[in-house]
Write a protein that binds this ligand. Structure first.
Ligand SMILES: C[S@@+](CC[C@H](N)C(=O)[O-])C[C@H]1O[C@@H](n2cnc3c(N)ncnc32)[C@H](O)[C@@H]1O
Length: 202
């Protein structure tokens, strides 16, 4: 299972693991652990693979996160992005994940880090989440899911909101303003401008 991978796996292995899991999920080989009887397994658009801490740190640095920010991590996994933003920069953060197991892990990690007052973790579908009060959005999804999410980001986010994605871009229609490579992982950075708002008639 990718969730048991060591975080220091070489980049190619990590990226391939995420892609292989995505293909396995799409073909019904979910490999999900058994869950409580009668509980429906969550339908994941992206399997769980955590972002290595050096990549988390660089993503927050690229977004220039401060205590004034409200950061959303869409598909927050164990909450490391939100917890780090709160602990290191004093930001407020919201983590959304469709898998209740991830949300309970994230809440436990926030408690351990002493940041429960600045963080909120909610079970939910990222495509059903209102993002309009975010000032920073972080992502570690897939190319296909980023492209599906793009209109929602353009429509809901305010001009000036920063968007940072681990490993996956947004397609030719939205080239990144900058990129950085950390331990073999590419990080993509965008800001919402009038151009995106006009493109969705806002
Ligand atoms: C690759 S992991 C990234 C975890 C975390 N953001 C990180 O960078 O360490 C993707 C996460 O998205 C969650 N996920 C998948 N589909 C989702 C959906 N439709 N809505 C919300 N979360 C979803 C998975 O449960 C998983 O935890």
């Amino acid at each position: 299972m990718p969730s048991r991978q060591k975080p220091d796996l070489p980049f190619e292995q990590r990226r391939n693991a995420l892609k292989i899991c995505a293909v396995a999920f799409a073909s019904g080989m979910t490999g999900m652990p058994a869950i409580a009887q009668n509980a429906k397994p969550p339908v994941l658009d992206v399997p769980y693979v955590p972002t290595p801490q050096p990549v988390v740190d660089k993503m927050l640095q690229m977004a220039k996160v401060t205590k004034k920010d409200l950061l959303y991590d869409l598909g927050c996994g164990d909450g490391r992005m939100v917890v780090t933003a709160a602990k290191k920069y004093g930001a407020r953060g919201i983590g959304i994940d469709i898998d209740p197991k991830r949300i309970s892990d994230a809440k436990a990690n926030a408690k351990k880090a002493g940041v429960t007052g600045r963080t909120t973790f909610t079970v939910g579908d990222l495509f059903q989440t209102d993002l309009s009060d975010a000032t920073v959005v972080t992502l570690y999804l897939l190319n296909s899911i980023n492209r599906k999410l793009r209109p929602q980001l353009w429509e809901q986010l305010k001009v000036g909101t920063r968007v940072v994605s681990h490993s996956f871009d947004m397609g030719d229609e939205w080239p990144p303003e900058k990129t950085e490579v950390v331990d073999g992982s590419t990080i993509y950075y965008w800001t919402i401008t009038d151009t995106q708002k006009k493109a969705v008639g806002k």
